[in-house]
Design a protein around this ligand. Structure first.
Ligand code: ZN
Length: 460
């Protein structure tokens, strides 16, 4: 049934960066939305025929696709600001005992905090990699799905797992890991209960064992089989630090990428967080197989992991998106920091000023993210027929008004205020405030739950 005028929304008089295949931009243009779908995009005011629609004057604004966050750990919202001067392995060792006490109520508050922070900053799709499932903690998967639904955000929940405890030579303490069979059964149940395979899905599930140093080879292999049997995507951490590389060489006699390939973990249905320590043949293997990367520059800097070779990956044709990573290693928790961080940190690498430009960074944070999550056919760019996941950024205030080029202002500048953020045509943020929940109540709940968690372990 054709949408009525009442279901139409017109946004006009704004600059538009479509992030389509040709990077089409309009200095002043319009978008017409019918129901949950973009009906028209173009220069100048909206064409005749949209009379009676709700009209939004976007003067002084830039409209872009919604930002896509490809890697996060929502639960870490309760353990921000701890072990601030450690590398990955020391930081993990310090925090595993705290994370091992998380429960359903804590996780729901943490997920709300993580999601609200992203949504108020223009994120419309978020991936949460959750791999901590203490015994008796309640319905943790359900808590994350409920929080995303409440805020109206598109969610890819990467159901994680760990089965390689300390006594088996892994990094996590034994009490924080699941059994191989238990992890696989619970992951399959999460897919059966929550995964929506449709192109306009609000919730999708991926199979996501945590990392080579916390997961057995058998769990990696069987997880790949499970995901392919169910037709869902695969996610994990890969090649994050020199310590991980050393671990893989000592334990498996090969580097992380070769290890992943040997366990069925390279492919167009796989994306991995970080991929910092990649040699030329690793990058070639990712490109050849279509394996995606979630680039997390802030977390990589925070944990002194190194600089991922993003320009080389892009030149080779590797799909790359951006990730916040957990907020225990990136306390800011919003994606603008990663747009700007990707741009700046990659210029500290060997390609220097030619590493990345503002438009490439915006592409990583939108279309690139949609690609690695397997959703680029419906989200990630502003084009007719795609879902109306859009952000209207205010660019005429003190922070940005003196920068003529709006995309440059958005990426190089301070985080821009969000006047409107839509997911499937539905407003989730207006005038910088999230609509699906009370931000102040979330702030109070996260403070309370963070203290309750800290009270269960001796943090001092
Ligand atoms: Zn991570």
């Amino acid at each position: 049934m054709a949408p009525t005028a009442a279901q139409r929304l017109v946004i006009e008089n704004c600059a538009i960066a479509t992030v389509d295949a040709r990077d089409t931009e309009y200095a002043s243009g319009h978008v017409v939305i019918a129901g949950d779908t973009i009906e028209a995009v173009g220069p100048g005011p909206a064409p005749a025929g949209a009379e009676g629609a709700r009209r939004i004057d976007g003067t002084g604004h830039l409209l872009t696709p919604g930002l896509v966050n490809t890697h996060h750990h929502f639960y870490q919202w309760l353990t921000r600001g701890l072990a601030t001067d450690d590398n990955l392995f020391d930081w993990l060792t310090a925090l595993y005992p705290v994370w091992g006490r998380i429960d359903e109520r804590m996780l729901h508050a943490a997920a709300q905090g993580s999601l609200a922070m992203m949504v108020r900053g223009g994120v419309t799709t978020a991936a949460d990699h959750h791999y901590v499932y203490p015994r008796g903690a309640g319905d943790l998967t359900g808590a994350i799905v409920r929080a995303a639904a409440g805020l109206g955000v598109r969610l890819t929940l990467a159901r994680g797992s760990m089965d390689l405890g300390e006594s088996d030579g892994g990094l996590p303490p034994d009490f924080a890991v699941e059994s191989l069979e238990g992890a696989l059964a619970a992951t399959e149940e999460a897919v059966d209960t929550h995964h929506d395979p449709s192109p306009d899905a609000m919730t999708q599930i991926a199979v996501a064992p945590c990392s080579p140093f916390s997961v057995s080879t058998e769990l990696l292999r069987q997880s790949a089989d499970l995901a392919r049997r169910k037709g869902v995507r695969l996610h994990t951490h890969g090649s994050e630090t020199v310590e991980e590389e050393k671990f893989c060489h000592e334990r498996f006699g090969m580097g992380p990428t070769d290890y992943f390939e040997s366990t069925g973990w390279l492919g167009g249905d796989v994306w991995m967080a970080h991929c910092v320590h990649m040699n030329d043949s690793d990058i070639e293997a990712f490109a050849r197989t279509g394996t995606g990367v979630a680039h997390c520059p802030s977390s990589n800097a925070r944990l002194a992991a190194g600089i991922a070779r993003v320009p080389d990956m892009l030149a080779a044709g590797v799909p790359v998106g951006l990730g916040v990573d957990g907020t225990a290693s990136n306390e800011s928790g919003e994606l603008h920091t990663e747009l700007r961080g990707a741009l700046l940190i990659n210029r500290l690498g060997r390609h220097r000023e030619r590493a990345l430009g503002a438009r490439q960074a915006l592409r990583l944070g939108t279309f690139g993210g949609a690609t690695v999550l397997g959703r680029a056919d419906r989200i990630g760019s502003v084009e007719p027929g795609k879902l109306a996941d859009l952000v209207l950024w205010r660019m005429d205030t003190l922070a940005h008004a003196s920068i003529e080029d709006r995309v440059t202002a958005l990426v190089f500048g301070a985080p821009a205020p969000v006047t409107l953020c839509l997911v499937g045509g539905r407003p989730v943020t207006e005038d910088g405030r999230v609509l699906g929940a009370d931000e102040d109540a979330i702030a109070r709940a996260t403070r309370q739950e963070a203290r309750r968690l800290a009270g269960l372990v001796d943090l001092n």
